[in-house]
Write a protein that binds this ligand. Structure first.
Ligand code: G6P
Length: 593
């Protein structure tokens, strides 16, 4: 969940490099941040210097940090211990010669900590993390730091990534079990990070640490070994293909806006380049006896939409579940079952847990994932990259519509005509472009201005527009903090109508499909109780107080519908003075349960 970046090499401005790396990773957590640097020899008695601050890293500079050629840092999304400077990482041992950053939850720290305290170790923070650095301090009294870390790592429980900066031998020593870490190979300099995209300005050659692997990173090289046996392991080097342009905001004020605008291009590329991948997944579904989709948050709504698409286009029942609920429904899985896991990051713990459970039952796993080398990507039996490019806005946008585009193509491939899938996705790309024209966006800005102070909004749809409603409401909630509820229009009369009063904002999705009439009835029910109807449709209707034109794209209309929802949520956030890239209390990749 946290951002991690480390550098060791020939440059003397390691702290600056780490600071820039952390800024590019801030989307992983932004409660607080910290950097540790080992000053050049003789400057600090061999002690590590640490700077920590609460709040976002923003425009921070490395001015207060000394020159040095080894440093690492962390942006935090608090799990254990409040958001305070003391709880921010890195944490030091008693000697000030070992520093630690950590991502995950050290589950058995309370069993270990009392013994360390008794032995004289001083604890400064309320975190579980600090226990680990004192363990390594204790064990390294009579052995190498790497061996001490290996012992400590094998004694703790939970899903974690740890990195120790060891002043004694000027190395970064890392171990992972559950939380992602990637090492990057440079020229007389090497790197470590929680996300490969942060390494792009420096290197494209990487190795993603496997579960229970450790790495010793020094300026001269990187050694990978097995944390259980201590045996050296040959790294599996991969070359990153994403471009740096894809990882920076460019002309846009926020990543979210950039990523929203990238969607037509991503969709067109999926339509053009992914037919054989769609056919491969379609054939795998065909061969399986029962298929289940699983994902969390936005990805879960993509699964839900997939369930409608497979039924409608391929006449197949493909069930779905939210990652954190899946384990309670997985008992019926058999070795013939297929589980399709959808995830932008490939690191969402609830999705990974669901997949592990499915594996226990012998099911095959098909990952549809955006991040190459991610845990889900490596764990799955079959994989398909979403191809949306790096996504940094916390609220997922292009990875969501990318998933939908793939699911449309797969459903058509199952029906026997992937070409029709291509046509639908291409039409969706064109319709999306229209939703993003200046005049359309101006209309959304006006709507945002009108509704910027409301307490509640409702979004209704049927069929494929039901997941579109849920996703639109989620986007509004996540980044504008306005309470929004997505509803199946048919359910209005079973309860939610009681909430509609004069002026209540109601978005209704009315695409050119079998849901039009029934959903219009829902909008009318809201209108009759005073609701203000924002009709997102291919044609106007007299009951709409505001008509938002969404060009028809067949089953693909769910995509421009959601893009309209993303854009409205974005405008609401901006007009309310909020940072849409960093919504409060949330993080992009949730690597804890
Ligand atoms: C977090 C993010 C959401 C995302 C969800 C699943 O909650 O804030 O935007 O939809 O995780 O992420 P994934 O990487 O698995 O798609």
């Amino acid at each position: 969940m946290c951002g991690i970046f480390g550098y060791v090499g020939h440059r003397k401005d390691a702290a600056c490099i780490v600071l820039e790396g952390l800024k590019s990773l801030e989307y992983r957590g932004y409660d607080s941040w910290g950097i540790a640097v080992l000053p050049e020899s003789g400057k600090s008695d061999g002690k590590i210097i640490v700077r920590k601050k609460t709040g976002k890293i923003g425009d921070a500079t490395a001015d207060e940090l000394p020159a040095g050629s080894i440093a690492f840092g962390h942006t935090r999304w608090a799990t254990h211990g409040g958001v305070t400077q003391a709880n921010a990482h890195p944490h030091l041992d008693c000697t000030g010669k070992l520093a630690l950053i950590h991502n995950g939850i050290l589950e058995n720290y309370h069993e270990i900590k009392p013994g360390l305290k008794k032995g004289g170790h001083r604890f400064i923070s309320d975190t579980d993390t600090e226990t680990f650095v004192h363990m390594v301090e204790e064990y390294s009294r009579n052995r190498l730091v790497s061996k001490a870390m290996q012992r400590a790592f094998n004694e703790v429980t939970g899903l974690n990534a740890f990195i120790i900066l060891a002043a004694r031998d000027k190395r970064l020593i890392a171990a992972r079990n559950g939380s992602p870490l990637v090492v990057g190979y440079g020229d007389n300099e090497n790197f470590i990070a929680s996300d490969a995209s942060a390494l792009l300005p420096y290197t494209r050659q990487v190795h993603f640490l496997e579960e229970n692997q450790m790495a010793i990173v020094s300026g001269a090289g990187i050694m990978i070994f097995d944390a259980k046996t201590g045996d050296l392991v040959e790294p599996h080097k991969q070359v990153l293909t994403w471009s740096i342009d894809q990882t920076v905001k460019g002309k846009y004020p926020y990543f979210m806006l950039k990523e929203i605008h990238e969607q037509p291009g991503v969709l067109a590329a999926i339509a053009a380049d992914y037919t054989s991948q769609a056919e491969k997944l379609a054939a795998t579904i065909d061969r399986s006896y029962g298929t289940y989709m699983v994902g969390c948050g936005t990805a879960a709504y993509a699964c839900m939409a997939g369930s409608y698409l497979f039924s409608k286009i391929a006449k197949r029942h493909v069930n779905w579940a939210i990652g954190s609920e899946f384990t309670y429904q997985a008992e019926f899985l058999t070795p013939k079952s297929l589980v399709i896991a959808l995830s932008q990051s490939g690191e969402t713990m609830d999705t990974l847990e669901a997949v592990r459970k499915a594996k226990e039952k012998g099911a095959s796993i098909y990952a549809v994932v955006n991040a190459l080398g991610s845990s889900l990507y490596r764990y799955a039996d079959h994989k398909m990259l979403i191809g949306a490019g790096p996504e940094k806005g916390v609220a997922s946008t292009k990875a969501f519509t990318g998933k939908l585009a793939h699911l449309i193509m797969v459903a058509y491939a199952m029906e026997g005509s992937v070409k029709n899938g291509q046509k639908v996705v291409t039409a969706a790309a064109k319709s999306s472009q229209k939703v993003l024209t200046e005049s359309s966006v101006r209309q959304l800005k006006e709507l945002a201005l009108k509704f910027r102070n409301v307490r509640h909004m409702y979004v209704i749809g049927r069929g494929l527009s039901y997941p579109a409603s849920l996703e639109t409401a989620l986007k509004i909630k996540e980044i504008s903090y306005i309470h929004a509820e997505g509803l199946a229009a048919g359910e209005l009369k079973h309860g939610p109508l009681a909430l509609v009063e004069k002026g209540t904002a109601c978005i209704a999705f009315l695409p050119n499909d079998e849901t039009y009439g029934a959903n219009l009835a829902g909008a009318m029910e809201m209108k009759a109780r005073g609701g203000y109807i924002i009709g997102a449709s291919y044609k106007p209707h007299e009951i709409f107080d505001t008509y938002v034109h969404i060009p028809d794209a067949g089953e693909g209309t769910i995509i421009p519908n959601v893009i309209f929802g993303q854009m409205l949520a974005y405008e609401l956030a901006v007009i309310r003075g909020l940072d849409p890239d960093k919504p409060r209390n949330l993080a992009k990749s949730v690597t804890v349960k």
